[in-house]
Unconditional design. Structure first.
Length: 209
């Protein structure tokens, strides 16, 4: 069964409080999203497998720990997910990056695919799907299904703010995918926006509101 991990780190909570404020401008919002993503990534990678590797220090030979296997892939859901990539790459510079493009139909709120480009060996990597908001869960469920259809099996999902409705949908659709959430909010409103939330993450990251 999937783990659902809601972050309790004081720095994460402080920074989420800052981006919730409607007066926080585009530059500060974008930078803070990236910082939060880095902090959540630090927690979300806690259980990655390690392998023993023999090296030589300036003093002697010794055995150290390195990430096992083909390492990681980061797959943002376009467009808001792009705001989380830089912070994660700061921690994991060797990660490959894929992109999945989905938009939410304004009438049905269902996800519509328009783009998918993944690393050639994505199925051999630990894949972290990222999107700042987990609202209805439709886009995230669809994105993860696209990855599974392409052979990916080790998939994790990271978001900054989630609604209970989205968490429920994700865990029911993909019980094998762990969720790492910055803050679990109260509910969705009639327009499928997270309450209290922070508005439209994509508009606030890219200044298009």
């Amino acid at each position: 069964m999937a783990k659902v991990v809601v972050m309790d780190h004081p720095l994460i909570q402080h920074k989420i409080g800052y981006i919730r404020r409607k007066e926080t401008g585009t530059k500060a919002f974008r930078e803070t999203i990236s910082e939060i993503a880095m902090l959540i990534c630090y927690e979300a990678t806690r259980d990655l497998e390690l392998a023993d590797v023999e090296i030589e220090t300036p003093i002697c030979k010794t055995t150290v720990k390195e990430l096992k296997g083909k390492k990681l892939a980061i797959v943002p859901i376009l467009r808001a997910g792009l705001g989380m990539v830089d912070g994660m790459v700061t921690l994991i510079p060797t990660a490959k990056i894929g992109h999945i493009g989905l938009y939410r139909d304004p009438e049905t709120h269902d996800p519509v695919e328009y783009y998918c480009k993944l690393p050639a060996d994505c199925e051999e990597r630990e894949v972290f799907v990222v999107d700042p908001m987990l609202a209805t869960g439709g886009s995230s469920v669809a994105a993860i299904q696209m990855l599974k259809d392409k052979g990916c099996r080790k998939i994790h999902f990271m978001c900054i703010i989630a609604a209970p409705e989205g968490v429920k949908k994700m865990t029911e659709a993909h019980p094998d995918v762990d969720l790492y959430i910055g803050s679990l909010d109260d509910h969705l409103n009639e327009n499928a926006y997270i309450v209290p939330g922070l508005g439209d993450a994509g508009d606030r990251i890219f200044g298009t509101k």
